[in-house]
Design a protein around this ligand. Structure first.
Ligand SMILES: [Zn+2]
Length: 442
């Protein structure tokens, strides 16, 4: 049996931006060391490529856009079938619909990265669960592992198109080929986000792992509109990767697999995005309306990530890639059962706003069940920490009555203390999962 070297889990760093809108585009993993300097100002470079019309039609409506990335994608000749949904919609096309193929990326970008790699230590014989390590410039992430993101995935709510493809929510005033235009809820200012600008922002931010800009269509959407969205996201991701490869700076970039619950689209998304030189695979898009649908989706999708593309003599075949040796991240799932189920389906890392959101609502996770601290029953449990088995600084220094008091008094420090604990709880949970896989229990 392999002996896991357990490292003390660093408390993930929550990074705050001055502007809520900017956070929507910046999702970075928390492998940052304490003391790392982070840019916290307006790091999204202003772009002038968004016109003022709100037509919301894909491929149109921009003025003065920089088409350099579009030009590069227009020279591609990928064999992938592309459904021209935009022409189906009657939209005027100014950008090619075919995403750039793997041959449009430089040969060096397919070579192993010295600063980032996934080390597969053990694969379960009972399930797709596996134990590994992601080596990053700022340390090692033991997997399966919970990683906190610096931001929540607010983009999901904001960049979403409503069903008719034109009716956008109040924040995302436009989604089209160039990117997303948000309206600041604070001052009404329009904030443009493009694949390129979000990569630049995450680079300035010092993210170890960059997640490209994507669009999350709603759960209920018809297949034609979903295809349109998935393919636009593919083009955005290819543009993001090209922007990233201009100046890698020891940072990694994951793709985001889309396709909702549509098997054909998921398959196309896996095939296309894994053919490009991304450093890992994030599972995004609609993951179903509940935990059962998520498990069903992972059940038929995750085996695709176990394909190593090898022939009978073990060599990776022409035109295939070994998907086993890259890490898989599940974006933005919530509850504990989903997290544990995802591990069994071969997910290596996951994030969610769950621990921080619970903290804000006064809920603390514990091995004895959730502690809803507002309840008066906790006000007299002197000397009892949130979780007796937890070694986080909150549990070492504060008891339940003190936390009850802080919550009741609406002291902002409560959320900090609760978040420290909830994140530690998640890390402990994942550590236990790793042990159980190694012991053959999962
Ligand atoms: Zn604790």
């Amino acid at each position: 049996m392999l002996q896991m070297v357990q490292r003390p889990s660093p408390i993930p760093k929550i990074i705050h931006h001055g502007d809520k809108q900017l956070r929507t585009a910046i999702r970075c993993f928390s492998t940052l060391k304490d003391g790392d300097e982070k840019v916290t100002g307006n790091v999204v470079s202003p772009l002038s490529s968004f016109g003022e019309d709100n037509s919301g039609e894909s491929g149109g409506g921009f003025t003065g856009s920089d088409n350099s990335s579009a030009t590069s994608s227009s020279t591609t000749s990928t064999s992938r079938a592309v459904n021209s949904i935009a022409s189906l919609n009657g939209n005027k096309l100014t950008q090619p619909l075919t995403p750039p193929g793997p041959e449009t990326f430089p040969a060096w970008s397919y070579e192993p990265r010295p600063f980032f790699h996934f080390e597969l230590l053990y694969e379960s014989k009972k399930s797709l669960a596996r134990v590994g390590r992601i080596h990053t410039p700022h340390g090692i992430i033991d997997t399966p592992g919970y990683v906190s993101v610096a931001t929540n995935a607010a983009l999901k709510g904001r960049a979403s198109q409503k069903k008719n493809g034109r009716d956008f929510n109040e924040n995302a005033v436009k989604v089209n080929e160039e990117g997303v235009l948000f309206r600041s809820y604070r001052d009404g200012r329009k904030i443009p986000l493009t694949p390129e600008s979000t990569v630049q922002a995450q680079k300035a931010f010092g993210a170890d792992i960059i997640i490209p800009l994507d669009e999350l269509p709603p759960y209920h959407i018809d297949d034609a509109i979903l295809r349109d969205s998935v393919e636009r996201t593919h083009r955005w991701e290819a543009r993001s990767l090209k922007e990233h490869l201009k100046n890698v700076r020891n940072q990694a970039m994951y793709c985001v697999i889309h396709g909702g619950l549509n098997r054909q689209l998921r398959k196309e998304s896996v095939n296309y995005l894994t053919s490009l030189p991304f450093d890992g695979y994030a599972i995004g898009g609609s993951l179903g309306k509940n935990g059962d649908e998520l498990m069903e989706l992972l059940g038929w999708m995750m085996p695709m990530f176990n394909e190593d593309g090898s022939n009978s003599s073990g060599e990776v075949m022409q035109g295939h890639v070994n998907r086993r040796n890259k890490p898989r991240h599940l974006l933005g799932i919530a509850d504990e059962p989903s997290i544990l189920g995802a591990v069994r389906h071969g997910i290596d890392t996951m994030d969610s706003c769950y621990p921080t959101r619970l903290s804000r609502h006064g809920t603390l996770l514990s091995r004895e069940g959730k502690v809803h601290i507002k309840s008066g029953r906790y006000s007299r449990q002197y000397g009892v920490p949130v979780d007796r088995e937890c070694n986080c600084s909150t549990c070492l220094h504060y008891d339940r009555p003190y936390l009850w008091h802080l919550f009741k008094a609406k002291e902002p420090v409560f959320v900090q203390l609760a978040t420290i604990h909830n994140l530690q709880y998640m890390n402990d949970l994942m550590e236990k999962q790793r042990q159980m896989i190694l012991e053959g229990k999962i």
